[in-house]
Design a protein around this ligand. Structure first.
Ligand code: MOS
Length: 733
């Protein structure tokens, strides 16, 4: 398809972003805006005995202090599939269930006054013993674990493992991690009578509308959620959290708009995080490396009041061809806030365990790690027993290995050096499911020869504005420059939450369909006009390019959108479309993106410091809508893999359940000096089944397998197998 789709166009909103011209949720101005600051608990478990807000209330400009004693009652939401349903029932009782739980909200006429007054609220607690020990907690299998599809038994995994000539059986752990998008969570809430408008930093305007409407017991039509720009989401903005409810609650009670923005330490509180995982992976293989049994069980933690499962075992069901398999998940409850989705929830933590274990199996069998993966290549989905809609993993392995120079790798660990440093090469497989949900869009074509496309969706920093404009342009047959695209508002057509890497697949389908409906509606108008060269014609008879319909039989005969619509009484014609996957689509084909990640590390044997020297990865994710924004997403995921491997860990003081490093000085993320020149290679792939444009999601796959590739490279460099992330120097010396 010639046109805008696929071109490496600059972000439509790039200039406005870097010049600071556009407005994020926290920057929306309102007259008479009040500022709210949360007071957070300093214990993880217990009851609030007293809250003394009198000093805070005496401060100038303070409008109100909300506590469980005076906060308006809200219904909350307790649906069984709602992972974070209870955490948002905020200020409803005197129980403290996690560290940094909001226990009061101070509202004042300025942020400074609210911040100062919040420091004066005195809370006395009766602390009770907190569950803070992941190791000691009783594990259970939650009833809803099936819905994350992370449980399966196939064949006789235990028997086959016991009989296998080559075996590895180890435990891998990944730590608690906190998302830290540059833009913190932020909400501006304003009521007009019974109608609430929320400017909320959210990955799902419609999901937030639904959750907030439930909490306040009001109809969906009374809530409008607006979010045109997001400074990063990564999963933590994929659910509704206490601050959004608090802002709306305060705005309603005070009859004025209220802004609530989290500061950085508060980002480690009530807004989600990646739980810890403890994973056992046992692999049994024949002497040639062919897997005969895989056992992968994961224990993760949730809060004491909600259920969230990090589905670490989910990828193990489909990644390699193995006849006997068991995957299972258990949960432990701890006095922590409810964990949530964090970039490739499940696949990122699970791939660290599985792909480390595959590397261990390669050494145990004396087979090259890449060759081991090829010998266990799954030609069809081994769990679902259906074909893949497309799978170009072999090509990913080939191009990334070649570009990386994998053949130069000496098999023996600790045998490659550069000066005083140990050199290691490691690799791992990446995969992520291709998801798609029902989405709608509207495209309007105007007499000036331009088109305006709308869908309520979000741009979480991925490039939605740009790619959907490209899709709309090709759908109507106009140049990219003649098309506008707007998003981020529940008044626009309905779309799903931007999670599970599903936005491009879901919304591109709807935008393309709506654009074609709009195009055909314009054609139908012209076709009814006896004076038009398009009289009596249908879409089969014409092509449309650069805004001009031309007869296939005689391209010199035709008309432009502008010419046609100038004759239209309103001067514009629109098209709407709803687009949903077929109900049985995933029963017929297994849909996943794949990739191969290769890393070179340098390890200082004296200091134990690890540097990633190179990372070269290849990904096949169906049709790429924009090669530039796609590359940025891949690089972002790979960068995060470096952080996951070497830096990120949220530390809790086990004596009192407090998070000790709730700031960006102590919670380490990769900085420029940690990130070498990364290379993300796009492997072109056509997929006729996933959705009309053949798009697979790319937001999450870039992190999957990356930490294992680095850990495997560290083993190759040093001969030390680190099964506990992050790989910090003390683990290597
Ligand atoms: Mo993504 S972690 O599914 O927002």
């Amino acid at each position: 398809m010639a046109g805008a789709i696929g071109r490496p166009l600059d972000r439509a909103d790039g200039r406005a972003k870097v010049t600071g011209a556009l407005r994020y949720s926290a920057e929306v101005p309102y007259p008479n805006l009040a500022h709210a600051v949360m007071v957070l608990s300093t214990i993880p478990s217990g009851r609030i005995h007293t809250i003394d807000a009198s000093a805070a209330l005496r401060q100038p400009g303070v409008l109100q202090v909300f506590t469980h004693e005076n906060a308006p009652r809200v219904t909350g939401s307790k649906g069984p599939k709602d992972d974070n349903a209870r955490i948002i029932a905020v200020l409803q009782d005197d129980h403290v269930r996690y560290d940094r739980q909001p226990v009061a909200l101070v509202v004042a006429d300025t942020l400074e006054r609210a911040t100062d007054a919040a420091s004066l609220v005195r809370v006395r607690y009766g602390a009770t013993d907190a569950f803070t020990r992941f190791e000691h907690a009783d594990a259970f299998t939650p009833a809803n674990v099936q819905h994350v599809a992370a449980v399966e038994d196939r064949g006789d995994p235990r028997g086959a493992f016991a009989a296998a000539p080559v075996r590895v059986d180890n435990v891998y752990t990944t730590p608690a991690e906190h998302h830290n998008p540059m833009e913190p969570h932020a909400t501006v809430a304003a009521w007009d009578g019974d109608n609430l408008t929320l400017h909320d930093a959210t990955q799902g305007v419609f999901a937030t509308r639904k959750r907030v409407a439930e909490v306040f017991g009001i109809p969906l039509s009374h809530v409008r959620v607006i979010c045109p720009f997001i400074g990063g989401g990564f999963g933590c903005k994929g659910s509704t959290w206490p601050h959004t409810v608090l802002a709306a609650m305060a705005a309603k009670a005070l009859h004025r708009p209220v802004k609530l923005v989290l500061d950085r330490p508060q980002m480690f509180g009530s807004v989600g995080w990646r739980p810890r995982t403890e994973q056992r992976v046992a692999l049994g293989a024949a002497r040639d490396g062919k897997l005969v049994s895989t056992i992968h069980t994961a224990k993760t933690n949730t809060s004491v009041f909600d259920i969230f499962v990090e589905p670490s075992t989910v990828l193990t069901k489909m990644l390699y061809d193995v006849p006997n398999l068991r995957v299972a998940q258990t949960l432990v409850r701890m006095n922590v806030s409810t964990p949530t989705y964090m970039r490739a929830p499940g696949e990122s933590s699970g791939s660290f365990a599985l792909e480390s274990a595959m590397d261990e199996l390669a050494y145990a069998a004396g087979i090259d790690p890449l060759e081991l993966r090829l010998r266990n290549y799954a030609e069809t989905d081994p769990g679902e027993k259906i074909p893949f809609s497309s799978k170009s993993l072999r090509e990913c392995y080939r191009v990334a290995a070649e570009r990386f120079g994998w053949s130069r790798r000496a098999a023996q660990p600790r045998s490659m050096r550069a000066g005083d440093e140990l050199v290691g090469y490691g690799m791992a497989t990446a995969t992520y499911p291709t998801n798609r949900s029902m989405a709608s869009a509207l495209v309007r074509i105007s007499a000036d020869g331009s088109a305006h496309a709308l869908a309520g969706t979000q741009d979480i920093g991925t490039g939605s504005y740009t790619v959907f404009r490209q899709v709309a342009a090709d759908g109507v047959g106009l140049p990219f420059e003649r098309v506008h695209f707007d998003l981020g508002d529940t008044n626009m057509p309905m779309t799903p939450v931007s999670g599970g890497s599903q936005t491009a697949a879901s919304v591109s389908s709807a935008v393309f369909a709506a654009a074609q409906v709009a195009r055909d509606n314009v054609l139908a108008f012209a076709a009814a006009d006896a004076s038009s060269p398009l009289y009596g014609k249908t879409s089969d008879d014409v092509t449309v390019q650069d805004g001009r319909f031309a007869l296939k039989s005689d391209p010199s005969r035709g008309e432009t959108y502008a010419a046609i619509l100038t004759r239209h009484p309103v001067g514009e014609i629109e098209g709407r479309a709803d687009s949903a996957p077929a109900a049985d689509a995933k029963k017929l084909h297994s849909m996943h993106a794949f990739g191969a990640q290769f890393a070179e590390v340098r390890v200082d044997p004296q200091l134990g410091t690890v540097r990633v020297a190179r990372m070269i990865s290849a990904f096949a994710s169906g049709r790429i809508l924009n090669r530039k924004t796609a590359r940025s997403q891949y690089l972002g995921g790979m960068t995060w893999a470096i952080g996951m491997a070497l830096h990120e860990v949220t530390r809790m003081d086990l004596r009192n359940g407090r998070i000790m490093n709730a700031n960006l000085a102590d919670y380490l993320v990769p900085v420029h000096a940690d990130v070498p020149a990364l290379e993300a290679i796009v492997v072109d792939e056509e997929d006729p089944y996933v959705n009309p444009l053949g798009v697979k999601g790319i937001g999450e796959i870039g992190i999957v397998g990356g930490a294992a590739a680095i850990a495997n490279a560290v083993f190759h460099a040093t001969g030390k197998r680190i099964r506990d992330l992050p790989i910090q120097p003390d683990k290597l010396v």
